[in-house]
Design a protein around this ligand. Structure first.
Ligand code: CTP
Ligand code: MG
Length: 413
Protein backbone atom coordinates (compact mmCIF):
# COMPACT_ATOMS: atom_id res chain seq x y z
CA UNK A 1 0.00 0.00 0.00
CA UNK A 2 1.07 3.58 -0.61
CA UNK A 3 0.16 6.50 1.61
CA UNK A 4 -0.06 10.10 0.45
CA UNK A 5 -0.82 13.32 2.26
CA UNK A 6 -3.74 15.14 0.61
CA UNK A 7 -6.22 17.96 1.03
CA UNK A 8 -6.00 20.84 3.44
CA UNK A 9 -2.56 20.07 4.85
CA UNK A 10 -0.87 20.08 1.44
CA UNK A 11 -2.80 23.20 0.42
CA UNK A 12 -2.01 25.09 3.61
CA UNK A 13 1.66 24.17 3.46
CA UNK A 14 1.88 25.56 -0.10
CA UNK A 15 0.11 28.68 1.11
CA UNK A 16 2.58 29.07 3.93
CA UNK A 17 -0.25 28.84 6.44
CA UNK A 18 -0.31 26.85 9.65
CA UNK A 19 -1.36 23.23 9.14
CA UNK A 20 -4.00 22.09 11.63
CA UNK A 21 -5.02 18.61 10.69
CA UNK A 22 -3.59 16.28 8.12
CA UNK A 23 -5.58 14.02 5.84
CA UNK A 24 -4.08 10.96 4.20
CA UNK A 25 -5.14 8.76 1.32
CA UNK A 26 -4.21 5.10 1.13
CA UNK A 27 -3.87 3.40 -2.26
CA UNK A 28 -3.77 -0.36 -2.82
CA UNK A 29 -5.18 -1.50 0.51
CA UNK A 30 -8.33 -3.25 1.70
CA UNK A 31 -10.21 -2.37 4.89
CA UNK A 32 -9.09 -5.72 6.31
CA UNK A 33 -5.42 -4.85 5.74
CA UNK A 34 -5.98 -1.49 7.43
CA UNK A 35 -7.57 -3.10 10.48
CA UNK A 36 -4.81 -5.70 10.59
CA UNK A 37 -2.29 -2.85 10.88
CA UNK A 38 -4.16 -1.37 13.82
CA UNK A 39 -6.06 1.42 12.02
CA UNK A 40 -9.47 2.07 13.56
CA UNK A 41 -12.45 2.24 11.23
CA UNK A 42 -14.68 5.33 11.58
CA UNK A 43 -17.76 6.50 9.77
CA UNK A 44 -20.46 4.34 8.28
CA UNK A 45 -20.50 5.84 4.82
CA UNK A 46 -16.85 6.10 3.81
CA UNK A 47 -13.85 3.78 4.22
CA UNK A 48 -12.02 6.08 6.63
CA UNK A 49 -9.67 4.98 9.43
CA UNK A 50 -7.86 6.62 12.31
CA UNK A 51 -4.16 6.04 12.78
CA UNK A 52 -3.71 4.10 16.03
CA UNK A 53 -1.15 6.57 17.38
CA UNK A 54 -1.65 9.99 15.72
CA UNK A 55 -5.44 9.65 15.31
CA UNK A 56 -5.12 11.34 11.91
CA UNK A 57 -7.56 10.37 9.17
CA UNK A 58 -6.55 7.79 6.59
CA UNK A 59 -9.07 7.29 3.79
CA UNK A 60 -8.91 4.50 1.27
CA UNK A 61 -8.68 5.84 -2.28
CA UNK A 62 -12.20 5.94 -3.62
CA UNK A 63 -14.48 7.08 -6.36
CA UNK A 64 -17.94 8.40 -5.67
CA UNK A 65 -21.08 8.41 -7.67
CA UNK A 66 -24.29 10.15 -6.88
CA UNK A 67 -27.37 8.01 -6.40
CA UNK A 68 -29.84 10.50 -5.01
CA UNK A 69 -30.37 14.00 -3.78
CA UNK A 70 -28.57 15.76 -1.00
CA UNK A 71 -25.66 14.79 1.15
CA UNK A 72 -26.61 11.17 1.74
CA UNK A 73 -27.19 10.13 -1.84
CA UNK A 74 -23.79 8.56 -2.53
CA UNK A 75 -22.47 5.30 -3.77
CA UNK A 76 -18.87 4.97 -2.70
CA UNK A 77 -16.56 2.69 -4.57
CA UNK A 78 -13.37 1.86 -2.82
CA UNK A 79 -11.04 -0.92 -3.87
CA UNK A 80 -7.30 -1.54 -3.93
CA UNK A 81 -7.45 -0.89 -7.70
CA UNK A 82 -8.62 2.71 -7.30
CA UNK A 83 -5.66 4.88 -8.22
CA UNK A 84 -4.44 8.08 -6.59
CA UNK A 85 -5.34 9.93 -9.80
CA UNK A 86 -8.90 8.64 -9.63
CA UNK A 87 -9.19 9.64 -6.01
CA UNK A 88 -7.85 13.14 -6.70
CA UNK A 89 -10.25 13.72 -9.57
CA UNK A 90 -13.35 13.16 -7.37
CA UNK A 91 -12.26 15.93 -4.99
CA UNK A 92 -13.85 19.38 -4.79
CA UNK A 93 -11.27 22.03 -5.67
CA UNK A 94 -7.96 21.89 -7.50
CA UNK A 95 -6.22 23.44 -4.49
CA UNK A 96 -7.55 20.52 -2.39
CA UNK A 97 -6.63 17.85 -4.93
CA UNK A 98 -2.86 17.90 -4.53
CA UNK A 99 -1.12 14.91 -3.02
CA UNK A 100 2.39 14.57 -1.75
CA UNK A 101 4.28 11.36 -1.45
CA UNK A 102 5.54 12.83 1.75
CA UNK A 103 6.32 11.15 4.95
CA UNK A 104 5.16 13.04 8.02
CA UNK A 105 7.99 15.59 7.61
CA UNK A 106 6.26 16.91 4.49
CA UNK A 107 9.25 16.33 2.25
CA UNK A 108 8.53 14.77 -1.10
CA UNK A 109 7.23 15.68 -4.49
CA UNK A 110 3.82 16.99 -5.41
CA UNK A 111 1.35 14.93 -7.37
CA UNK A 112 -0.79 17.61 -8.88
CA UNK A 113 -2.65 16.45 -11.99
CA UNK A 114 -5.24 19.24 -11.73
CA UNK A 115 -2.74 22.08 -11.37
CA UNK A 116 -3.75 23.05 -7.87
CA UNK A 117 -0.37 24.66 -7.21
CA UNK A 118 -0.93 26.93 -10.20
CA UNK A 119 -4.36 27.89 -8.86
CA UNK A 120 -2.86 28.57 -5.45
CA UNK A 121 -0.37 30.93 -7.08
CA UNK A 122 -3.15 32.56 -9.11
CA UNK A 123 -5.43 32.69 -6.05
CA UNK A 124 -8.30 30.83 -7.72
CA UNK A 125 -10.91 28.45 -6.28
CA UNK A 126 -11.65 26.12 -9.18
CA UNK A 127 -13.53 22.83 -9.25
CA UNK A 128 -11.64 19.74 -10.33
CA UNK A 129 -14.28 18.17 -12.53
CA UNK A 130 -18.03 17.86 -12.94
CA UNK A 131 -17.85 15.34 -10.06
CA UNK A 132 -18.11 18.56 -8.00
CA UNK A 133 -21.86 18.34 -8.65
CA UNK A 134 -22.16 15.17 -6.67
CA UNK A 135 -21.92 16.86 -3.29
CA UNK A 136 -23.88 20.09 -2.75
CA UNK A 137 -22.03 20.72 0.53
CA UNK A 138 -19.21 21.77 -1.77
CA UNK A 139 -21.09 24.96 -2.58
CA UNK A 140 -20.81 25.90 1.08
CA UNK A 141 -17.21 24.75 1.19
CA UNK A 142 -16.25 27.04 -1.70
CA UNK A 143 -17.96 29.91 0.12
CA UNK A 144 -16.13 29.22 3.36
CA UNK A 145 -12.78 28.82 1.61
CA UNK A 146 -13.42 32.24 0.06
CA UNK A 147 -13.87 33.58 3.62
CA UNK A 148 -10.72 31.85 4.84
CA UNK A 149 -8.63 32.83 1.81
CA UNK A 150 -10.02 36.30 1.13
CA UNK A 151 -7.63 37.08 -1.71
CA UNK A 152 -8.94 34.10 -3.70
CA UNK A 153 -11.67 34.47 -6.30
CA UNK A 154 -14.07 31.79 -7.48
CA UNK A 155 -13.34 30.75 -11.07
CA UNK A 156 -16.18 31.85 -13.37
CA UNK A 157 -16.80 28.28 -14.55
CA UNK A 158 -17.02 27.08 -10.94
CA UNK A 159 -19.49 29.81 -10.03
CA UNK A 160 -21.51 28.86 -13.10
CA UNK A 161 -21.57 25.22 -12.01
CA UNK A 162 -22.63 26.25 -8.51
CA UNK A 163 -25.46 28.36 -9.98
CA UNK A 164 -26.67 25.39 -11.99
CA UNK A 165 -26.61 23.14 -8.94
CA UNK A 166 -28.65 25.66 -6.93
CA UNK A 167 -31.11 26.12 -9.80
CA UNK A 168 -31.45 22.34 -9.89
CA UNK A 169 -32.55 22.32 -6.26
CA UNK A 170 -29.38 20.64 -5.01
CA UNK A 171 -29.08 22.88 -1.94
CA UNK A 172 -32.69 22.19 -0.92
CA UNK A 173 -31.89 18.76 0.42
CA UNK A 174 -28.83 19.53 2.50
CA UNK A 175 -28.84 18.21 6.05
CA UNK A 176 -29.17 21.05 8.58
CA UNK A 177 -26.10 19.95 10.55
CA UNK A 178 -23.85 20.14 7.51
CA UNK A 179 -25.13 23.57 6.56
CA UNK A 180 -24.55 24.83 10.09
CA UNK A 181 -21.09 23.26 10.26
CA UNK A 182 -19.93 24.99 7.09
CA UNK A 183 -21.69 28.23 7.99
CA UNK A 184 -20.01 28.24 11.40
CA UNK A 185 -16.60 27.66 9.82
CA UNK A 186 -17.16 30.47 7.35
CA UNK A 187 -18.27 32.80 10.15
CA UNK A 188 -15.09 31.98 12.09
CA UNK A 189 -12.87 32.64 9.08
CA UNK A 190 -10.76 35.69 8.40
CA UNK A 191 -13.28 37.53 6.24
CA UNK A 192 -16.78 36.12 6.74
CA UNK A 193 -18.32 38.61 4.28
CA UNK A 194 -16.72 36.67 1.43
CA UNK A 195 -18.76 33.60 2.33
CA UNK A 196 -22.00 35.52 1.96
CA UNK A 197 -20.89 37.23 -1.24
CA UNK A 198 -20.18 33.85 -2.81
CA UNK A 199 -23.41 32.30 -1.52
CA UNK A 200 -25.34 35.23 -2.95
CA UNK A 201 -23.56 35.12 -6.27
CA UNK A 202 -24.59 31.50 -6.89
CA UNK A 203 -28.11 31.89 -5.51
CA UNK A 204 -27.54 29.58 -2.52
CA UNK A 205 -28.16 32.29 0.09
CA UNK A 206 -31.71 32.71 -1.19
CA UNK A 207 -32.31 28.98 -0.74
CA UNK A 208 -30.49 28.43 2.56
CA UNK A 209 -30.93 31.75 4.38
CA UNK A 210 -33.72 33.67 2.64
CA UNK A 211 -34.08 35.89 5.74
CA UNK A 212 -30.51 37.08 5.18
CA UNK A 213 -30.76 37.39 1.38
CA UNK A 214 -33.77 39.67 1.85
CA UNK A 215 -31.60 42.32 3.53
CA UNK A 216 -30.09 43.36 0.20
CA UNK A 217 -31.91 46.20 -1.47
CA UNK A 218 -33.42 47.39 1.82
CA UNK A 219 -32.33 50.96 2.67
CA UNK A 220 -31.53 52.43 6.08
CA UNK A 221 -31.29 56.09 6.96
CA UNK A 222 -28.09 57.61 5.54
CA UNK A 223 -27.59 59.59 8.74
CA UNK A 224 -26.99 56.50 10.90
CA UNK A 225 -25.94 54.18 8.09
CA UNK A 226 -23.85 55.90 5.40
CA UNK A 227 -23.57 52.53 3.64
CA UNK A 228 -27.41 52.67 3.35
CA UNK A 229 -28.03 49.09 2.12
CA UNK A 230 -28.85 46.69 4.96
CA UNK A 231 -26.96 43.85 3.24
CA UNK A 232 -23.86 46.04 2.86
CA UNK A 233 -24.13 46.87 6.57
CA UNK A 234 -24.35 43.17 7.46
CA UNK A 235 -21.11 42.39 5.62
CA UNK A 236 -19.30 45.22 7.42
CA UNK A 237 -20.58 43.94 10.79
CA UNK A 238 -19.43 40.39 10.10
CA UNK A 239 -15.96 41.50 9.09
CA UNK A 240 -15.76 43.70 12.18
CA UNK A 241 -16.61 40.64 14.29
CA UNK A 242 -13.70 38.82 12.68
CA UNK A 243 -11.40 41.81 13.21
CA UNK A 244 -12.35 41.88 16.91
CA UNK A 245 -11.77 38.11 17.07
CA UNK A 246 -15.28 37.49 18.31
CA UNK A 247 -16.35 33.94 19.24
CA UNK A 248 -18.92 32.03 17.17
CA UNK A 249 -21.95 33.03 19.25
CA UNK A 250 -21.12 36.70 18.69
CA UNK A 251 -20.57 36.20 14.96
CA UNK A 252 -23.86 34.38 14.61
CA UNK A 253 -25.57 37.13 16.60
CA UNK A 254 -24.07 39.64 14.15
CA UNK A 255 -25.44 37.63 11.23
CA UNK A 256 -28.93 37.64 12.73
CA UNK A 257 -29.04 41.04 14.42
CA UNK A 258 -31.02 42.94 11.77
CA UNK A 259 -33.16 40.20 10.16
CA UNK A 260 -36.27 42.23 10.98
CA UNK A 261 -35.14 44.95 8.57
CA UNK A 262 -35.87 42.54 5.72
CA UNK A 263 -39.57 42.57 6.55
CA UNK A 264 -40.09 46.28 7.23
CA UNK A 265 -43.24 47.53 5.45
CA UNK A 266 -42.23 49.50 2.35
CA UNK A 267 -44.04 52.67 3.42
CA UNK A 268 -42.00 52.84 6.64
CA UNK A 269 -38.56 52.86 4.94
CA UNK A 270 -35.88 53.91 5.51
CA UNK A 271 -37.00 53.68 9.14
CA UNK A 272 -37.34 50.23 10.71
CA UNK A 273 -39.66 50.64 13.65
CA UNK A 274 -40.17 47.32 15.45
CA UNK A 275 -37.45 45.49 13.53
CA UNK A 276 -36.11 44.07 16.79
CA UNK A 277 -39.21 42.01 17.57
CA UNK A 278 -39.77 41.03 13.94
CA UNK A 279 -36.10 40.01 13.75
CA UNK A 280 -36.28 37.84 16.87
CA UNK A 281 -39.22 35.94 15.35
CA UNK A 282 -37.35 35.36 12.05
CA UNK A 283 -34.27 34.30 14.00
CA UNK A 284 -36.31 31.70 15.85
CA UNK A 285 -37.38 30.02 12.61
CA UNK A 286 -33.92 30.23 11.06
CA UNK A 287 -32.28 28.75 14.16
CA UNK A 288 -34.78 25.89 14.33
CA UNK A 289 -34.36 25.12 10.64
CA UNK A 290 -30.56 24.98 10.84
CA UNK A 291 -30.47 23.45 14.37
CA UNK A 292 -28.28 26.26 15.58
CA UNK A 293 -26.69 25.44 18.97
CA UNK A 294 -28.50 26.86 22.01
CA UNK A 295 -25.73 29.28 23.08
CA UNK A 296 -25.56 30.89 19.64
CA UNK A 297 -29.33 31.10 19.53
CA UNK A 298 -29.68 32.70 22.97
CA UNK A 299 -26.99 35.32 22.37
CA UNK A 300 -28.46 36.17 18.97
CA UNK A 301 -31.96 36.51 20.42
CA UNK A 302 -30.81 39.03 23.03
CA UNK A 303 -28.78 40.98 20.49
CA UNK A 304 -31.68 41.10 18.01
CA UNK A 305 -34.02 42.42 20.70
CA UNK A 306 -31.73 44.72 22.64
CA UNK A 307 -29.12 46.17 20.26
CA UNK A 308 -31.08 49.40 19.80
CA UNK A 309 -31.45 49.88 23.55
CA UNK A 310 -27.78 49.14 24.12
CA UNK A 311 -26.70 51.66 21.47
CA UNK A 312 -28.85 54.29 23.23
CA UNK A 313 -27.93 53.26 26.76
CA UNK A 314 -25.90 56.41 27.48
CA UNK A 315 -29.13 58.28 28.17
CA UNK A 316 -30.66 55.69 30.51
CA UNK A 317 -31.50 56.25 34.17
CA UNK A 318 -30.24 53.88 36.85
CA UNK A 319 -33.62 52.12 36.97
CA UNK A 320 -33.70 51.74 33.17
CA UNK A 321 -30.13 50.42 33.19
CA UNK A 322 -31.06 47.75 35.72
CA UNK A 323 -34.09 46.79 33.62
CA UNK A 324 -31.82 46.48 30.57
CA UNK A 325 -29.39 44.28 32.53
CA UNK A 326 -32.31 42.13 33.70
CA UNK A 327 -33.72 41.75 30.18
CA UNK A 328 -30.27 40.63 29.03
CA UNK A 329 -30.07 38.21 31.97
CA UNK A 330 -26.71 39.86 32.64
CA UNK A 331 -26.60 39.18 36.39
CA UNK A 332 -27.04 35.47 35.90
CA UNK A 333 -24.91 35.15 32.74
CA UNK A 334 -22.27 37.91 32.75
CA UNK A 335 -20.12 36.22 30.10
CA UNK A 336 -23.03 36.11 27.70
CA UNK A 337 -23.69 39.77 28.43
CA UNK A 338 -20.08 40.50 27.47
CA UNK A 339 -20.76 38.68 24.18
CA UNK A 340 -23.94 40.69 23.62
CA UNK A 341 -22.00 43.94 24.11
CA UNK A 342 -19.27 42.80 21.73
CA UNK A 343 -21.88 42.05 19.04
CA UNK A 344 -23.31 45.54 19.58
CA UNK A 345 -19.86 47.06 19.13
CA UNK A 346 -19.50 45.13 15.85
CA UNK A 347 -22.89 46.49 14.77
CA UNK A 348 -21.95 50.09 15.59
CA UNK A 349 -18.48 49.94 14.03
CA UNK A 350 -19.71 47.88 11.06
CA UNK A 351 -20.96 51.04 9.39
CA UNK A 352 -19.29 52.97 6.61
CA UNK A 353 -16.85 55.42 8.22
CA UNK A 354 -17.30 54.10 11.80
CA UNK A 355 -14.74 51.29 11.81
CA UNK A 356 -12.29 53.25 13.96
CA UNK A 357 -14.89 54.84 16.22
CA UNK A 358 -14.99 54.09 19.91
CA UNK A 359 -17.99 52.27 21.35
CA UNK A 360 -18.18 53.62 24.91
CA UNK A 361 -21.45 51.78 25.55
CA UNK A 362 -19.51 48.56 26.02
CA UNK A 363 -17.20 49.61 28.89
CA UNK A 364 -20.00 51.67 30.37
CA UNK A 365 -22.51 48.82 30.54
CA UNK A 366 -19.79 46.48 31.78
CA UNK A 367 -19.22 48.94 34.65
CA UNK A 368 -22.97 49.25 35.26
CA UNK A 369 -23.19 45.47 35.57
CA UNK A 370 -20.29 45.46 38.03
CA UNK A 371 -22.14 48.04 40.15
CA UNK A 372 -25.32 45.95 40.11
CA UNK A 373 -23.32 42.81 40.95
CA UNK A 374 -21.80 44.53 44.00
CA UNK A 375 -25.16 44.22 45.76
CA UNK A 376 -25.21 41.33 48.22
CA UNK A 377 -28.51 39.84 47.18
CA UNK A 378 -28.31 36.86 49.56
CA UNK A 379 -27.80 39.16 52.55
CA UNK A 380 -30.76 41.28 51.47
CA UNK A 381 -32.85 38.15 51.01
CA UNK A 382 -31.90 36.91 54.50
CA UNK A 383 -32.79 40.27 56.10
CA UNK A 384 -36.09 40.33 54.19
CA UNK A 385 -36.90 36.81 55.34
CA UNK A 386 -36.21 37.83 58.94
CA UNK A 387 -38.80 40.59 58.49
CA UNK A 388 -41.30 38.01 57.26
CA UNK A 389 -41.17 39.07 53.59
CA UNK A 390 -41.25 36.58 50.76
CA UNK A 391 -41.25 36.10 46.99
CA UNK A 392 -41.78 39.18 44.84
CA UNK A 393 -41.22 41.52 47.80
CA UNK A 394 -37.68 40.15 48.23
CA UNK A 395 -37.08 40.52 44.51
CA UNK A 396 -38.23 44.14 44.68
CA UNK A 397 -35.81 44.88 47.54
CA UNK A 398 -32.90 43.38 45.65
CA UNK A 399 -33.76 45.37 42.56
CA UNK A 400 -34.04 48.56 44.65
CA UNK A 401 -30.56 47.94 46.05
CA UNK A 402 -29.21 47.34 42.55
CA UNK A 403 -30.78 50.52 41.25
CA UNK A 404 -29.24 52.41 44.19
CA UNK A 405 -25.80 50.92 43.47
CA UNK A 406 -26.04 51.77 39.76
CA UNK A 407 -27.25 55.29 40.64
CA UNK A 408 -24.26 55.75 42.93
CA UNK A 409 -21.91 54.59 40.16
CA UNK A 410 -23.64 56.94 37.68
CA UNK A 411 -23.16 59.88 40.07
CA UNK A 412 -19.45 59.07 40.35
CA UNK A 413 -18.98 59.32 36.56
N1 CTP B 1 -17.23 17.70 0.39
C1 CTP B 1 -15.93 17.43 0.31
C2 CTP B 1 -15.16 17.34 1.48
C3 CTP B 1 -13.81 17.04 1.37
N2 CTP B 1 -13.25 16.85 0.16
C4 CTP B 1 -11.83 16.50 0.03
O1 CTP B 1 -11.34 16.01 1.26
C5 CTP B 1 -10.25 16.81 1.74
C6 CTP B 1 -10.28 16.89 3.25
O2 CTP B 1 -11.51 17.44 3.69
P1 CTP B 1 -11.61 18.40 4.93
O3 CTP B 1 -10.67 17.99 6.00
O4 CTP B 1 -13.07 18.53 5.25
O5 CTP B 1 -11.20 19.84 4.34
P2 CTP B 1 -9.76 20.48 4.14
O6 CTP B 1 -9.66 20.87 2.69
O7 CTP B 1 -8.72 19.60 4.68
O8 CTP B 1 -9.86 21.84 4.93
P3 CTP B 1 -9.70 22.10 6.51
O9 CTP B 1 -8.44 22.88 6.61
O10 CTP B 1 -10.92 22.90 6.84
O11 CTP B 1 -9.65 20.76 7.18
C7 CTP B 1 -10.44 18.12 1.02
O12 CTP B 1 -9.24 18.85 0.91
C8 CTP B 1 -10.95 17.67 -0.34
O13 CTP B 1 -9.89 17.16 -1.11
C9 CTP B 1 -14.03 16.96 -0.99
O14 CTP B 1 -13.52 16.80 -2.10
N3 CTP B 1 -15.36 17.23 -0.90
MG1 MG C 1 -8.70 18.66 6.62
Amino acid sequence: MQIYMVGGAVRDRLLGRPVHDRDWVVVGATPEQMRAQGYLPVGRDFPVFLHPATREEYALARTERKSGRGYRGFVVHSAPEVTLQEDLSRRDLTINAIATSADASGAGCLIDPHHGARDIAARVLRHVSTAFREDPVRILRVARFAARLPDFTVAPETLQLMREMVAHGETDHLVAERVWQELARGLMAEKPSRMFEVLRACGALERLLPEVERLWGVPQSAEHHPEIDTGAHLLLVLDMAARLQAPLAVRFACLAHDLGKGSTPADMLPRHIGHETRGAELLKHLAERLRVPADCRATADKVAREHGHIHCSNALSAAALVRLLERCDALRLPQRFADILLACECDARGRLGFAESAYPQRPRLTAALAAAQSVHSSAIAAQAAARGLAGPQVGALIRQARVAAVAQWLASQ
